[in-house]
Design a protein around this ligand. Structure first.
Ligand code: AVI
Length: 327
């Protein structure tokens, strides 16, 4: 057990590792066992997610790009009717490829001069600060590396201007519906009346289309899930035999919950950070939820978390929607 002083003297990276270790061991002691999907995204996980976004079966990114590219002017007009000049904040900005067309149009029309990308990855923030002002001359990029709510508060303290917050790519789907209400309500607390939120939801559709998106034939999503076990081996001195775990995605058309599990192929014991974790034959580890929504559920989420729906933007197949809400 570490003392408070020892914890105080550790570096940020060491602290992150301690939190990772605690979360992994706690999650694997729960019944049913679970690992948090936010830990998918180490350097290997980031690269695998990039590949997933280009997979034939993973329609989400294409659908959202269809909206953001095809309806840029309509989206900008809808935002500017409520907020003529504002600061743009993006939660989980990634490489900003999704927001790029919007940024370009917002800059051209004089709606923004500064973009605040927030991301948990320091690497991503550093890259954005370098590359975006070259691609979009005149745009100031103030990258914020850290947890969403802390960084949103920091962004508010920098300028105090009206804010438009973007949370794209169906990241809201990685919360359960109850967690999504809590998350949006917390977000609302960080915003002022008149501020806006643009949020991407994957819509309910043919169940097979959804399930295929999380079970691509090339096995990239499988590798993405198994990489978390490999990450535990690398960073927490684990000894998972990943060949003894099978990727098992499910979709429930009644609730809209798409869930991924890893199934232990036999009774086995795994060492992690000097602790033993036992798995039964066929025992699942719950890895991730990717919740799918109806329009009614989206409106319900808005009203339960204190937002007013302003406008829905759909792709041509109506498989995905980017929604504009106002406080
Ligand atoms: C990041 N998130 C929205 C993705 C999703 O669709 O839930 C993560 C993902 N998991 C497997 N494939 C993609």
């Amino acid at each position: 057990m570490r003392t408070a002083l020892a914890y105080h003297n550790t570096t940020i990276v060491e602290k992150q590792l301690l939190v990772f270790e605690k979360d992994v061991l706690e999650g694997l002691r729960e019944v049913p066992k679970r690992l948090h999907s936010k830990y998918f995204y180490d350097a290997t996980g980031d690269a695998l997610f990039q590949q997933i976004m280009h997979c034939q079966e993973y329609y989400l990114t294409r659908c959202e790009m269809d909206i953001l590219r095809g309806q840029t002017e309509q989206i900008v007009r809808a935002i500017r009717r409520q907020a003529p000049v504002f600061d743009l904040v993006e939660l989980g900005a990634g490489d900003a490829s999704k927001s790029f067309y919007l940024l370009k149009e917002l800059l051209r029309t004089g709606a923004i001069d500064t973009y605040f990308p927030i991301d948990i990855s320091r690497n991503i923030i550093a890259q954005l600060q370098q590359s975006l002002p070259v691609k979009l001359p005149g745009l100031q990029v103030t990258g914020l590396n850290g947890e969403y709510m802390d960084m949103l508060q920091a962004a508010g303290q920098i300028t105090g201007r009206q804010k438009v917050v973007m949370f794209m790519g169906s990241s809201i789907g990685n919360f359960t519906p109850a967690e999504a209400v809590q998350f949006c309500a917390k977000l609302r607390q960080q915003l002022q009346p008149g501020d806006m939120l643009m949020i991407g939801f994957d819509l309910r559709k043919n169940p097979k289309t959804i399930l295929d998106a999380y079970n691509d034939k090339a096995g990239i999503t499988r590798a993405f899930n198994l990489n978390l076990l490999e990450r535990i081996n690398r960073e927490l001195d684990g000894n998972f035999d990943v060949s003894q775990f099978e990727h098992y995605p499910t979709y429930d058309p009644l609730t809209g919950a798409c869930k991924s599990f890893l199934i232990s192929q036999k009774e086995q014991a795994v060492e992690i950070a000097g602790q033993t974790v036992r798995f039964g034959a066929n025992e699942p580890i719950f890895m991730e939820i990717s919740q799918k929504y109806t329009v009614e559920e989206i409106n319900e989420l808005a009203s339960r978390s204190g937002f007013r729906p302003v406008e829905f933007f759909y792709d041509s197949k109506r498989w995905f929607t980017d929604v504009l809400w106002q406080c």
